[in-house]
Design a protein around this ligand. Structure first.
Ligand code: PLP
Length: 410
């Protein structure tokens, strides 16, 4: 008799985006003439950099001849991309990585979700709240979450609230945690941590033999100097942190699929008998069994974003999205709303006026302004009382949406 992994049965449906879609569809049926602007999307909308397109065309041509054809590549990724990443993303920041510490993947979602494969079920997990849902759901699947309580929290997960009241800076919890998920710049709040704040977590992890899962998928959006791009800018982090990066938001690769994970050799976890084991070796073993590499074509496309043309093109696109973020931030602050994020991240996080619930404010913006947002509570209990706006739309739509909101809410 085949038995199911019952941990999966504990997961509630992923209702957030389908609930939003249902509400928008109902609105469109009852208001067929209104032009709806979607600022809820977390996907990029602008085309790939020309440098990547050219490199991928060339890579396709490579496949046409026996001499340059590429079949299965290394599970860890091609050395041409790994060395380019180390040279461009780490060396200039004084971070020394060896090629076997960088694993190319098909995007950060897979690895942030799969990294739990190499960790015991018995670890205590800590997450900032609100949060990118993959960290929690993958730990539910791995049997580490306990049961879902009425509060919307899992009984065995430690939630570290990030709200306006604490300036979105998570406090070190009293209960010891073994695996800490940090995402900076943050999705959904768009906020960041300074080096000094991040150092507290690195110190905690080293002192408690804990591991930090650092998701920096939005690193390319950082504009301010004191915001770390990599956790390895903090002394000691190479002993306790795994870093996830992605070309999705950096270079429009959401549909192409390519990213990478850094697992330094010094990061150790302990067996029940007290033996220290390198997670780099285990992750390599895991990848060689379960992953057959990102495609040669995607990796050539990713390599091209590090050329002078590629760098210029991705900067233009990021500047465009960050221009949208500024428009949103300034327009909403001008009508007295409390606005967070939007400075080092493509997300703007807004406190709902008069403590309105996230969903009520979502409905108000949909029905009065025809603007679709994302209710903050969908990202976790501490997201209640906030909504998220995305900067990934067009400038025209962003400006128009802000006019509508200003006219209705002023
Ligand atoms: N991490 C965060 C915080 C994200 O917001 C996303 C996507 O929205 C991802 C990871 C996954 O990105 P991808 O799998 O496209 O690299």
């Amino acid at each position: 008799m085949a038995l199911v992994n019952e941990e999966f049965l504990k997961l509630p449906g992923s209702y957030l985006f389908s609930d939003i879609a249902k509400k928008v569809n109902t609105f469109k049926i009852t208001h067929p003439k209104e032009d709806v602007i979607r600022l809820g999307i977390g996907d990029v909308t602008r085309p790939l950099p020309a440098a990547s397109i050219e490199a991928m065309h060339k890579a396709v041509n490579d496949m046409t001849s026996k001499r340059t054809f590429h079949g299965y590549g290394p599970e860890q990724g091609y050395s041409f991309l790994i060395s380019t990443i180390i040279k461009n993303d780490y060396q200039p920041r004084g971070i020394h990585l060896t090629p076997t510490e960088v694993f190319i993947n098909d995007g950060a979602k897979s690895d942030t979700g799969n990294i739990g494969d190499i960790l015991s079920r018995d670890n205590c997990i800590g997450v900032t709240d609100p949060i990118y849902p993959v960290y929690i759901d993958s730990n539910v699947m791995g049997g580490r979450a306990g049961v879902l309580e009425k509060s919307g929290k899992w009984s065995n997960i430690t939630y570290m609230p990030c709200r306006g009241e604490n300036n979105f800076i998570p406090a070190i919890p009293e209960k010891q945690i073994d695996i800490i998920y940090l995402c900076y710049p943050n999705n959904p709040t768009g906020t960041t941590l300074t080096k000094a704040e991040l150092k507290k977590w690195v110190d905690y992890a080293i002192k408690n033999n804990a591991i930090i899962m650092f998701d920096s998928a939005y690193e390319a959006y950082i504009q301010e100097d004191d915001v770390p791009h990599s956790i390895y800018e903090i002394k000691g982090a190479q002993k306790c942190a795994i870093e996830f990066r992605s070309f999705s938001k950096t270079a429009g690769f959401t549909g192409v699929r390519c990213g990478y994970t850094v697992v330094p050799k010094e990061v150790m976890a302990t067996t029940l008998s007290g033996e220290k084991v390198s997670l780099n070796a285990l992750w390599n073993r895991r990848q060689c069994t379960k992953f057959n590499g990102a495609s040669y074509i995607s990796q050539r496309g990713a390599e091209a974003i590090y050329t002078p043309e590629g760098k210029k093109e991705i900067k233009e696109t990021i500047d465009y999205y960050m221009g949208n973020a500024s428009v949103m931030k300034e327009s909403l602050e001008a009508i007295g709303l409390q606005v967070y994020g939007g400075v080092n991240a493509p997300y703007v996080w807004i406190k709902t006026p008069d403590n309105t619930s996230s969903w009520k404010f979502f409905d108000q913006l949909l029905y009065e302004c025809y603007v679709v947002t994302t209710p903050g509570v969908g990202f976790g209990p501490s997201g209640e009382g906030y909504i998220r706006l995305s900067a990934f739309g067009t400038r025209e739509d962003t400006i128009e949406a802000m006019h509508r909101i200003q006219n209705k809410l002023l």
